[in-house]
Structures are given as structure tokens and as C-alpha cells.
Design a protein around this ligand. Structure first.
Ligand SMILES: C[S@@+](CC[C@H](N)C(=O)[O-])C[C@H]1O[C@@H](n2cnc3c(N)ncnc32)[C@H](O)[C@@H]1O
Length: 273
């Protein structure tokens, strides 16, 4: 069993090296309606003035949220390096960007109308504490909207990559494996309800959306290789994985060089009862 301190130390060390990795991997992804997973979250909190981004990373989502006039925005993250990138965004000059843990939010009760979180809630330990803290800082009727990872779609590059990655990790020494991260219950609607309902949230609305990450092979590799599991692997193992991946996707590459790649996300939305 890894302690929560070890999990968070791993996340901090990983993002110190790769502070914008998620935005780089998923920012270009498109849902069937042509919107990115970040834009999908913006839609869920349209009209909400005071918005907190939990695990805001490099601030891409906050920048999109800032397009709506008159908003008061806040972001919280464990990673000082990611926050430094967020602070460089001119649109976020007025945002409150804080280094901290979602389990102990440095904000007053009732200070937000909405809380968003993109690919971060499923990494958090002590998740009941996170739920209680989000409930505390949201005003009555406040919305919580999250994008959670849902795995490969199947029959395309992401699925093939995950198969190769599994073998690579199995062959790697234990010292090159990541700690178990987060709470499994955040990966299903029932599990998330179990976590959120005691904190005062209504039943979760749960939508599963395929995100198209197709593109030239170098771009697809850049997206799939952003996974945490690659962080501790040594350079030679990553290079072997890359070579195997390039060979593995050759037969599905279109004549124009496009490699089909898709990742499933869950968009979970609820509000304070
Ligand atoms: C996969 S990244 C996503 C970053 C950003 N939301 C995005 O999608 O571009 C997960 C982020 O959550 C942050 N994080 C994980 N656990 C956290 C916690 N307990 N409290 C605050 N931030 C956390 C990490 O530091 C990391 O920046």
C-alpha cells in the first residue's frame, strides 16, 4: 500500500519534469461534436461566475473559462511548476492560483458557484475529504463538473499502446513502477455517487464520450506517452516502447499518415442539494 504522501510526491516529481503534459496530450483531442474535453467542462458551468479548477495544471481550462466576462477564477494544484505556467497566461492575471491539496482547500466556505476538474479527481487519495472540501467551498446549488479518464476506445493506437505499456511495466523492476494513484470509485458513476452523496451532492449525471486524438504518428506518440506510467521507466525502456509502438501502428496508419487514436472520457456533473 502506498501512502498518500508517496502518491502526491510522485505526482509532484512527475509534473516538475512535465508541467503541461495533460494539456499537451488532450488539448487537441476532439469529442464527436468537435469540442475539446476542456470545452465540454466549460459548457457544464456556463453562467457560473465564481469557478474553482481543482488540479488546474498549467491553466488551460481556466484560460477557456476566462473567456466568459466577469468571472472570478481560482485554481489549485500540487505542482508549483504547473502553476508557474498557469501564472504566465495573461488571461489569468486576476485568478487566484494556489499551491495546495484538494483535501484541504485554502478557500472560505461558500466561495464558488462551480468547481471543475479535468483529469485530476481520479488521482486524488482521501477522496471523501476532497468531496467534503468541495462541498464546503461551493454555495448551495453549486455545480461540480469533472472529466475523468475512461481508457482506450478499442481497435486503435491507444489500445495498442496500452498493451505494449503493460508488458513494458511487467518487465521493469519494481523501482520503475508508479504507485497506485487515487480512488477506484471515481472511475464509475456508482462509485462517484458513493463518494459524493454523503457530502451533500445530488446523483451524478454521467456521460461517456470518445475523444479523437488521431494525427501523425509523432503527435500520437506524444499524446500516449504522457501517461504517468512512463515517468519512472528508464530511457532505454521508453525507447524500446516507442520503437515497438511505431511498428505496432504501421498497419492502421492511413495513406496520408494519420494514425487513428481515441481515448474515452467520462464527463461527470452534479450539484449541491
Ligand atoms: C493529469 S493532470 C491534469 C492537469 C489539468 N487539469 C489538465 O487537465 O490539463 C492532474 C493534476 O492534478 C494535480 N493533483 C493531483 N492530486 C492533487 C491533489 N490532491 N490536490 C491538488 N492537485 C492535485 C496534479 O498535480 C496535476 O497537475
Amino acid at each position: 500500500m502506498t501512502t498518500i504522501a508517496a502518491q502526491e510526491a510522485f505526482l509532484q516529481a512527475f509534473h516538475a519534469e512535465r508541467p503541461a503534459v495533460t494539456a499537451e496530450a488532450f488539448g487537441g483531442g476532439r469529442a464527436p461534436d468537435g469540442r475539446s474535453s476542456y470545452q465540454l467542462l466549460c459548457d457544464r458551468v456556463a453562467g457560473r461566475r465564481r469557478v474553482l479548477d481543482l488540479g488546474c495544471g498549467d491553466g488551460l481550462l481556466l484560460e477557456l473559462l476566462a473567456r466568459e466576462e466577469g468571472r472570478r477564477l481560482a485554481g489549485l494544484d500540487l505542482s508549483p511548476q504547473s502553476l508557474a505556467l498557469a501564472r504566465r497566461r495573461p488571461a489569468l492575471s486576476g485568478a487566484a492560483l494556489a499551491k495546495g491539496r484538494a483535501q484541504t482547500l485554502p478557500f472560505a466556505d461558500d466561495s464558488f458557484d462551480a468547481c471543475v476538474s479535468h483529469m485530476a479527481l481520479m488521482l486524488m487519495g482521501e477522496i471523501e475529504q476532497v468531496a467534503a472540501e468541495v462541498a464546503r467551498v461551493l454555495s448551495p446549488g453549486g455545480v461540480l463538473a469533472c472529466v475523468l479518464g475512461g481508457g482506450a476506445v478499442g481497435g486503435e493506437a491507444y489500445e495498442r499502446f496500452l498493451g505494449l505499456l503493460r508488458r513494458t511495466v511487467e518487465e521493469a523492476p519494481a523501482s520503475q513502477r508508479i504507485p497506485a494513484l487515487g480512488d477506484r470509485r471515481t472511475r464509475s458513476r456508482e462509485g462517484l455517487d458513493e463518494v459524493l452523496a454523503p457530502a451533500g451532492f445530488a446523483a451524478v449525471d454521467w456521460e461517456t464520450v470518445p475523444l479523437d486524438l488521431s494525427g501523425p504518428v509523432a503527435q500520437v506518440w506524444a499524446a500516449v506517452s504522457g501517461l504517468y506510467d512512463l515517468g519512472p521507466l528508464d530511457r532505454a525502456a521508453v525507447e524500446r516502447l516507442r520503437t515497438a509502438f511505431l511498428a505496432e501502428v504501421r498497419d492502421i496508419t492511413a495513406p496520408d499518415g494519420t494514425v487513428p487514436c481515441a481515448f474515452r472520457i467520462h464527463v461527470a456533473t452534479t450539484r449541491m442539494r
